[in-house]
Design a protein around this ligand. Structure first.
Ligand SMILES: Cc1cc2nc3c(=O)[nH]c(=O)nc-3n(C[C@H](O)[C@H](O)[C@H](O)COP(=O)(O)O)c2cc1C
Length: 200
C-alpha cells in the first residue's frame, strides 16, 4: 500500500496518524485561566525536544468552534504543568477530555490539587511525576490548523515511590499510560485497553 499523504481517505486520516506514530505518552495538562479557575485535559502530542534545559513540545488542534482551553490558558498565563498519567488514572484521564466549561476540573474529577512550586497552576497529586513549565514560544503550524507550544521545564516533582537513585525516575513502577490509536491505550507494563472517545 502506498498513499500520497493528501490522498489518505478523510475518514481514515486521524486514525491512521494516531496509530502510525505510537505509542505516545499521555500527559494531563493542568493550567488555570486569568481568574484562577483550574483546567485539566489530556494531550498526547507531547515530545521532549531538548534536555538541557529541558524543553517540551505539545501540539494543539481546535474544538469545533473554539480554541482548546488549555492553549488559551497557556497564552494568557504563560505557564502549564505536564502531569504524567499512570494506568490507574486511565478512566479519569478519558473523562477529563470532555469539553466542559466553567468548572474546576480538580473538583469535577476528584483529583488532588497541589500548589505549584515555580508556577501559578497546580499539579495533580495522584500523578507520579509533574513537570512545571513556562511558555517559550508558539508556532502556527499552517497549513494545518494546529499550533505548537514550546515550553521550558522549570521544576520537576516526582513522587518518592517512583524515584530511582541514579536515573531519577522509574516509568515501569509508575506504570505510565500511552496512546496507540484514537481509542486504544497500553501501559508500559504491557496491558492493553480501549476507552470510548469522549472529546471533540
Ligand atoms: C489520550 C488523549 C490525547 C489527546 N491529545 C491531544 C493533543 O495532543 N492535542 C489536542 O489538541 N487534543 C488532544 N486531545 C483532545 C483534548 O484532550 C480535548 O479536545 C479536550 O477537550 C481539550 O480540553 P481543553 O479545551 O480543556 O484543553 C487528546 C485526548 C485524549 C483522550
Amino acid at each position: 500500500m502506498y498513499w500520497q499523504a493528501d490522498q489518505v481517505p478523510r475518514e481514515t486520516n486521524a486514525k491512521l496518524w494516531a496509530r502510525l506514530i505510537a505509542p505516545r505518552p499521555i500527559a494531563l495538562i493542568s493550567t488555570q485561566d486569568v481568574n484562577g479557575l483550574p483546567n485539566i485535559a489530556p494531550y498526547s502530542s507531547l515530545a521532549l525536544v531538548a534536555n538541557f534545559p529541558p524543553i517540551l513540545s505539545i501540539s494543539f488542534g481546535r474544538h469545533a468552534n473554539s480554541e482548546k482551553r488549555t492553549l488559551s490558558n497557556i497564552k494568557s498565563t504563560g505557564v502549564l504543568t505536564v502531569n504524567l498519567v499512570p494506568r490507574f488514572l486511565a478512566d479519569l484521564m478519558n473523562q477529563s477530555a470532555e469539553n466542559v466549561e466553567d468548572q474546576d476540573d480538580f473538583t469535577r474529577l476528584g483529583l488532588t490539587s497541589v500548589s505549584g512550586n515555580n508556577v501559578s497552576c497546580a499539579r495533580i497529586g495522584e500523578c507520579p511525576a509533574s513537570l512545571e513549565c513556562r511558555l517559550l514560544r508558539i508556532h502556527d503550524l499552517s497549513p494545518s490548523q494546529c499550533e505548537l507550544v514550546l515550553a521550558q521545564v522549570v521544576g520537576v516533582a516526582i513522587r518518592d515511590e517512583f524515584l530511582l537513585e541514579s536515573e531519577g525516575f522509574d516509568p515501569l513502577a509508575a506504570d505510565l499510560l500511552a496512546s496507540v490509536g484514537a481509542e486504544d491505550y497500553i501501559s508500559v507494563n504491557g496491558e492493553t485497553l480501549t476507552l470510548p472517545r469522549t472529546w471533540d
